[in-house]
Design a protein around this ligand. Structure first.
Ligand code: NAD
Length: 497
């Protein structure tokens, strides 16, 4: 059965009236499972207008009432956790357990949004001058928009709209066209939680819809997560149109393995962090840097990776699923071929892997290279597939230099038994999210998701206090109440008197 994906515009779920269609496919066999009718210009305009109108009343709703919508939403998300994970697994190919994790990490952000009143608290100082007090308020910006990637269709939309809406903004979500059914269900549940008409809009489509969001003056802030080229384009176009933009882009995450680390912990953690979710995580470890004698563990890591078996989303023994599309698979295979041609040693090659009965799916088996150098395509480019590049360094200083020379700075980790080495690494490394014996250090929502360098364009990051700063304005008020009839003369200076 082929589902028709729904937009949610001006309080109505609609299949859309446009002429341009996009097929949504099951990555395990590329059969069409749904169709998107791309939002037309008129539909995007209506969504923007409706969000702008809704802002006038939503910003006046008391903060605790807004938080109560989030409480109901968090409850509904938990109640529908398995259902959401099933939809997500079917359209992304992720294993059910991994799909549940994708939903869960989003629920955590919705949960945090319930705490919005404390997050929005301003500052006060009494007596900044004689009888004068100053305090600040945090007020919502207006209409905000989010453009999200395919690889976390629950978590990343949930990074964005609950907190923004809890702060009093209205929000337009444009999710990935490759897996739109999970975001659609997230929006249905948000409506069920009691969100008033117009507060959240869902539009499906591609660049055409995005470009309207980037240029319409009613939209005050754009949150984007996706690939490097698109992220740069979004940042430049959005800021050219005088909007706030936070753009989270690609990554190439290194894990430094010290010889004093626990070998078995390293091997187990490397397997999950490199090929889990078929390597389609922006925090996946794609480069393992073995320091000194740690390189002796490479053959055992290869043995462990060779045992990893991809499979269908509902196969309990499958470690991960297919990559998202034939184009994504072709790109990964091209990079594997380039790695070999450019002189890296391919210890494990998943190029020909397939699953019986699903030969037309986008399968790539676990793949591992050694002798990788920094000039190779497999090192320079984000592969976004189940491919681990192994490199060697003589010392921790050499490893740090290697990581710091990478243009990306999303995540990194170090495995070691030495507090001194860990302290040196966390201090000197130029990467925004660091794990110490933790391979994928994605912060919980009371912190923020703090990628650096080419992995992020903007200044305030996703979720946590930074997200609140991103989607609000600060208003600072200076007050004096006269307590006598005495009237002072004009103050000709800017000093408060
Ligand atoms: P993508 O850039 O292809 O698409 C992301 C979004 O942008 C989609 O909604 C898409 O419709 C839209 N888009 C695509 N091309 C566009 C264009 N030319 N103009 C305007 N909009 C356009 O990314 P993807 O393939 O869906 O996601 C994978 C990428 O996302 C990887 O590079 C990954 O590293 C990155 N990612 C980064 C983070 C992070 O936090 N840094 C998190 C998750 C994913």
């Amino acid at each position: 059965m082929i589902t028709q994906v729904k937009h949610y515009i001006d309080g109505e779920f609609t299949h859309g009236s446009g002429e341009r269609n996009i097929d949504v496919t099951n990555p395990a066999n590329n059969s069409v499972i749904a169709k998107i009718n791309c939002a037309t210009t008129a539909e995007v305009e209506l969504a923007i207008h409706s969000a702008k109108e809704a802002f006038k009343t939503w910003k006046e709703v008391p903060v605790s009432e807004r938080a109560r919508v989030m409480l109901r939403y968090q409850h509904l998300l938990k109640e529908h956790h398995d259902e959401l994970a099933t939809i997500l697994a079917q359209e992304t190919g992720k294993t059910f357990e991994d799909a549940k994790g994708d939903v869960w990490r989003g629920i955590e952000v919705a949960e945090h949004a319930c705490n919005v009143a404390s997050l929005m608290m301003g500052e006060t100082v009494e007596n900044v001058a004689r009888n004068i007090d100053t305090y600040s308020y945090t007020q919502p910006l207006g209409v905000c928009a989010g453009i999200t990637p395919f690889n976390f269709p629950a978590m990343i939309p949930l990074w964005m709209f609950p907190l923004s809406i809890a702060c009093g903004n209205t929000f337009i979500l444009k999710p990935s066209e490759q897996d739109p059914m999970t975001p659609q269900r997230l929006v249905e549940l948000f409506v069920e939680a009691g969100a008033p008409k117009g507060v959240l809009q869902l539009i499906h489509g591609d660049k055409t819809a995005v470009d309207m969001l980037l240029t319409d003056p009613a939209i005050k802030a754009i949150s984007f997560v996706g690939s490097v080229g698109v992220g740069q384009y979004i940042y430049k176009t959005g800021t050219d149109n005088l909007k706030r933009v936070q753009a989270f882009a690609g990554a190439k995450n290194h894990c430094v393995i010290m010889p004093d680390a626990n070998k078995q912990q390293v091997i187990n953690n490397m397997v999950g962090a490199s090929v889990g979710a078929a390597g389609q995580r922006c925090m996946a470890i794609s480069v393992a840097v073995f320091v000194g004698k740690a390189k002796e563990w490479i053959p055992e890591l290869k043995e462990a990776l060779a045992k990893v078996r991809p499979g269908l989303w509902n196969d309990k023994d499958a470690a991960y699923g297919p990559v998202i599309s034939p184009a994504a698979k072709a790109r990964v295979l091209k990079l594997i071929a380039q790695g070999k041609a450019e002189g890296a040693e391919c210890l494990l090659d998943g190029s020909d892997f397939t699953v019986a009965g699903y030969e037309s799916g986008n399968w790539v088996g676990p793949t591992m290279f050694t002798n990788v150098t920094t000039d190779m395509s497999i090192y320079k480019e984000e592969i976004f597939g189940p491919v681990l590049c192994c490199m060697e360094a003589e010392t921790l200083d050499d490893a740090i230099e290697l990581v710091n020379n990478s243009p990306y700075g999303n995540g990194t980790s170090i495995f070691t038994a030495s507090g001194g080495a860990a302290r040196k690494y966390q201090h000197e490394i130029e990467v925004g999210q660091v794990g110490i014996n933790v391979p994928i250090p994605v912060p919980l929502p009371f912190f923020s998701f703090t990628g650096w360098k080419g992995s992020f364009y903007g200044d305030q990051h996703a979720y946590g206090k930074q997200a609140v700063r991103f989607c609000t304005e600060t208003k600072t008020i200076t007050t004096r109440w006269f307590d006598s009839e005495a009237v002072s003369g004009p103050n000709m200076s800017i000093n408060l008197k």
